[in-house]
Ligand binder design. Structure first.
Ligand code: FAD
Length: 370
C-alpha cells in the first residue's frame, strides 16, 4: 500500500465504474486507479453507458435490491439537477402509460412496476399523480405523471471523470483478460489491495468472472433535433407480429443542453447486432409520433423529423439483477458492480454506496487477518 493508503483498481469507466470511483475517492485513505478499454468520449457497442437516454423511471419492486438502489439514487440525481447544471442533468416531467393487454409481454413486464397506479416511488419523486381517466389516450388503461430527470450522458460521463480527477483518481487505458490481472495496474506500480469489477456485459467473458447469467438486451434508438418538453413511455405496441410485440417499445426523452430527443426503442433479448435496423427505425419514429404528435408539425409524419443519428446499445441484463458483492478470485479481493440492465444510471449511486460499504468491510477484514 502507498503511504498506508488502500490501493484500489476500478475496472471499467462506464456509469458504474465512474460513480464507484467518485464515491470511493471521498475517502482520502483510498488511492484509486480506473483502468478501462473504453473511456468517456468513445462510441462502441461494447460500451453501454453513452447509449443510454438516460432517465429515472423506477422498474424494481419496493423491497428488491433494485428498488432499494433506485430509491437511494434519486436524491443524488435530484441534487445534481437542482444545483449542478454542468452535469447535463435536468428535471423533466414524465408520463408513463399502462395498457392491461401488454402485461404478458416482455416490455409489459419490464414496465409493470413503473406503471402501477399506486407505486412505491410515488413518495420518492416529486409531483406524482395519476392521470385523470378522461385525459387517457384511447386504449390506455391508466397513466402516471411525475417529475423525473433526464441525463445527457455525453455531458454527464465526462463530468464524472473530471470530478474523479479532481479527487486524485488516476485514469489509464488497459484491457485485461482476467479480473485478478487488474490488480497489476495500480498507478503506484504496487499491487492493488482490491479490484472493483465494473465491466458491464463484458463480465460474461472476463476471466475469473464468466457470468453466464448475463444477456445482451438490444436497445435501438433514433436521436432527433425535434424538441419535446416532456418524456413519455407506454407499456406496449399493437402488432400481429409476436416477436415485435414482445421486444419493441415506445418512449421519448429530450436530452438537456441541446442533446437532442431520444426516440426509442427496443428490448431485444440475446440480440448482439450492433447495426441499426432501418425498418425498426421507421417503426420507432412512426410510433413515437403517434404517441407524441407534438414532435412534428400538424399533418407531418416521419419526414417531419430531423435525424441526428441512429444508434444501438446493449443493456447488460443479469437474470438475478445487478451483482454487487465481494469475492476472492485467484487470491485477489474483488468487489463486483455489474449487470445493471436498462437501469444503470437510476441505480448508480445506490449501487456505488453499497460498493463503498463492501470495500470498507473487506479491507478491514483483510487487515484483521494479517
Ligand atoms: P459499460 O458502460 O458498458 O462500461 C463497461 C466498462 O468496462 C467500459 O469502460 C469498458 O471498456 C470496460 N471493460 C469491459 N471489459 C474490460 C476489460 N476486459 N478490460 C478493460 N476494460 C473493460 N439506464 C438508466 O438508468 N436509465 C435509462 O434511461 C437508460 N436507458 C438506456 C437506453 C439504452 C438504449 C441502453 C442500451 C441502456 C440504457 N440504460 C439506462 C442502461 C445503462 O446504460 C446501463 O445499465 C449502464 O450504462 C451500464 O453501465 P456499466 O458501467 O455497467 O457498463
Amino acid at each position: 500500500m502507498s503511504d498506508n493508503k488502500n490501493n484500489i483498481v476500478i475496472l471499467g469507466a462506464g456509469v458504474a465504474g465512474l460513480t464507484s470511483a467518485l464515491l470511493l475517492s471521498q475517502d482520502t485513505t483510498n488511492a484509486i486507479t480506473v483502468i478501462a478499454k473504453h473511456m468517456p468520449g468513445d462510441v462502441d457497442i461494447e460500451y453501454c453507458s453513452p447509449w443510454a437516454g438516460a432517465n429515472y423511471l423506477p422498474f424494481g419492486t419496493e423491497d428488491s435490491n433494485r428498488g432499494i438502489w433506485e430509491r437511494r439514487t434519486w436524491p443524488h440525481l435530484a441534487r445534481l439537477a437542482q444545483n449542478v447544471p454542468e452535469t447535463g442533468i435536468e428535471f423533466q416531467t414524465a408520463t408513463v402509460r399502462r395498457r392491461d393487454k401488454d402485461q404478458n409481454t416482455t416490455t409489459g413486464k419490464w414496465t409493470e412496476e413503473l406503471t402501477q397506479p399506486d407505486p412505491w416511488y410515488r413518495t420518492v419523486v416529486p409531483n406524482f399523480a395519476n392521470v385523470p381517466r378522461e385525459r387517457l389516450e384511447p386504449g390506455v388503461d391508466s397513466a402516471n405523471t411525475f417529475t423525473s430527470v433526464c441525463i445527457n450522458a455525453a455531458i454527464y460521463l465526462p463530468w464524472l471523470l473530471g470530478q474523479c480527477r479532481k479527487a486524485g483518481v488516476v485514469f489509464r487505458r488497459a484491457v485485461v483478460a482476467h479480473v485478478a490481472d487488474a490488480g497489476d495496474w495500480h498507478h503506484t506500480g504496487q499491487k492493488a489491495s482490491l479490484v472493483v469489477n465494473c465491466t458491464g456485459l463484458s463480465s460474461l467473458t472476463l476471466g475469473g468472472v464468466e457470468d453466464k447469467t448475463l444477456h445482451p438486451v438490444r436497445g435501438q434508438l433514433v436521436v432527433v433535433r425535434n424538441y419535446l418538453p416532456e418524456m413519455n413511455m407506454i407499456s406496449g405496441i399493437d402488432t400481429d407480429n409476436e416477436y415485435r410485440k414482445d421486444s419493441e417499445s415506445v418512449y421519448t426523452m429530450t436530452r438537456p443542453a441541446g442533446g437532442g430527443t431520444i426516440l426509442g426503442g427496443s428490448y431485444q433479448m440475446d440480440n448482439w447486432d450492433p447495426i441499426p435496423d432501418p425498418d425498426l427505425a421507421k417503426r420507432i419514429m412512426t410510433r413515437c409520433i403517434e404517441l407524441c404528435p407534438g414532435l412534428v408539425r400538424p399533418g407531418q409524419g416521419i419526414e417531419g423529423l430531423s435525424v441526428i443519428r441512429h444508434g444501438v446499445g446493449l443493456r447488460p441484463v443479469r437474470e438475478d439483477g445487478p451483482r454487487v458483492e465481494e469475492e476472492k478470485v485467484c487470491g485477489m479481493l474483488v468487489v463486483h458492480n455489474y449487470g445493471h440492465g436498462g437501469y444503470g444510471y437510476q441505480t448508480s449511486y445506490g449501487c456505488a454506496e453499497t460498493v463503498v460499504e463492501l470495500v470498507r468491510q473487506v479491507l478491514s477484514q483483510s487487515r484483521a487477518n494479517l
